[in-house]
Design a protein around this ligand. Structure first.
Ligand code: 5GP
Ligand code: ZN
Length: 113
C-alpha cells in the first residue's frame, strides 16, 4: 500500500475505497469528492491521499499544496466554474472550523447557470 492510512480517519477510508463518496477527480496524489453537506451548488473537497492532519503538519519539503492547486484548476474547468468563479479555503484546527482532521481544501462555487 503506497499511502499509510490513519485508523478511524473518514477521509483515509474514502481514499482507500472503504467508504463511499461521489469522487469527481483522482490523480496519484489527490482524491476529490463532493461534500456530503454542500454549502453551495458546487462544493468539492480536495484531499491528499497521504494522511496529513492539518495545514500545520505539512513538512517544509512537501509540495502537496501545488498538487492541490493543479487539481483545483482541473476540477473548476470540469465543473464549468473556472471562468465564472470559485473559492478555495482550508479550515485549520477547531478554532478555524476544522472538523475532519485529514487536510482538505474546500472548492465552493455558487456560479452555476
Ligand atoms: P472541515 O470543517 O473539517 O473543513 O470540513 C469537513 C467537511 O467534510 C464538511 O463540509 C462535511 O460536510 C464534510 N464531510 C464530513 N464527513 C463526510 C463524509 O463522510 N463524506 C463526505 N463526502 N463529506 C464529508
Ligand atoms: Zn486520513
Amino acid at each position: 500500500m503506497k499511502f499509510m492510512h490513519e485508523p478511524d480517519c473518514i477521509f483515509c477510508e474514502i481514499v482507500a475505497g472503504k467508504r463511499s463518496a461521489d469522487i469527481v477527480y483522482q490523480d496519484p496524489e489527490i482524491v476529490a469528492f463532493k461534500d456530503a453537506k454542500p454549502a453551495a451548488p458546487i462544493h468539492i473537497l480536495i484531499v491528499p491521499r497521504k494522511h496529513i492532519a492539518t495545514l500545520n503538519d505539512i513538512s517544509p519539503d512537501d509540495n502537496i499544496l501545488a498538487a492541490v492547486g493543479r487539481a483545483a484548476q482541473k476540477i473548476a474547468l470540469d465543473c464549468g466554474v473556472a471562468q465564472k468563479g470559485y473559492r478555495l479555503f482550508i479550515n485549520v484546527n477547531k478554532g478555524g472550523g476544522q472538523v475532519v482532521f485529514h487536510l482538505h481544501v474546500h472548492l465552493i462555487s455558487k456560479a452555476i447557470d
